[in-house]
Design a protein around this ligand. Structure first.
Ligand SMILES: [Zn+2]
Length: 203
């Protein structure tokens, strides 16, 4: 009888940051909701999957528009700057400051300091992208627009070391003053982020 509950709880447990107990709380929460809510939730999940694309350039999610490339990448096609951010929410926060109108790349995670742990960071894809853009003269500067945390710092240093050796003609920079340790880019206010971006430090 409880198999259905276990099965659904298992699905929730695969969500980022959700443990077994929370997953079961979600199931019981849903059991208390009326059918209208359930239908809306199911339709919402199906619609998001059907109507949202992942950009083949920056890897962010955007509403399907008949193109493989999002409008931000299309507008930035002549820019020679590439900002590396961890996730879609970071992209959104930086983009809305209007301080930067160059290209983006969503890394999708950090490089884990423990090499045995799985990392979701798209490192190989990033390197291929930079190879392509430098070969065509479409890239001068790589900007590390990452949060301030040990994982982000580890990722930045690893990427910088890798890229500096492979692409000696590129300029590398990182967000400057204003962001303190433990700062999540996603939650930084616009003015702070603007300032950090403008005062970015060349490496
Ligand atoms: Zn894009």
């Amino acid at each position: 009888m409880n198999n259905r509950i276990d099965k659904l709880a298992e699905l929730f447990e695969s969500f980022p940051g959700i443990g077994r107990r929370q997953a079961r709380r979600f199931v019981y929460y849903l059991l208390h909701k009326d059918q209208g809510y359930i239908n809306e939730l199911v339709a919402g999940i199906q619609n998001v999957k059907a109507e949202i694309n992942q950009c083949s350039e920056c890897y962010r999610f955007f509403p399907k528009n008949g193109s493989l490339v999002c409008e931000v990448c299309t507008q930035a096609k002549d820019s020679k700057q590439l900002a590396i951010v961890e996730k879609d929410a970071d992209f959104e926060n930086l983009h809305k400051t209007h301080v930067y109108d160059g290209k983006y790349f969503i890394l999708g995670g950090f490089i884990n300091a423990n090499e045995k742990k799985r990392s979701y960071a798209r490192v190989d894809t990033l390197i291929k992208r930079i190879e392509r853009d430098t070969a065509s003269g479409a890239l001068d500067e790589v900007i590390f627009a990452l949060s301030i945390s040990p994982e982000a710092e580890h990722t930045r240093i690893r990427l910088y070391t890798m890229l500096r050796d492979e692409f000696p003609n590129l300029t590398f920079s990182t967000l400057g003053r204003g962001l303190s340790t433990g700062t999540e880019l996603e939650y930084s206010d616009t003015e702070t982020l603007k300032y950090a971006f403008k005062s970015r430090i060349q490496q």
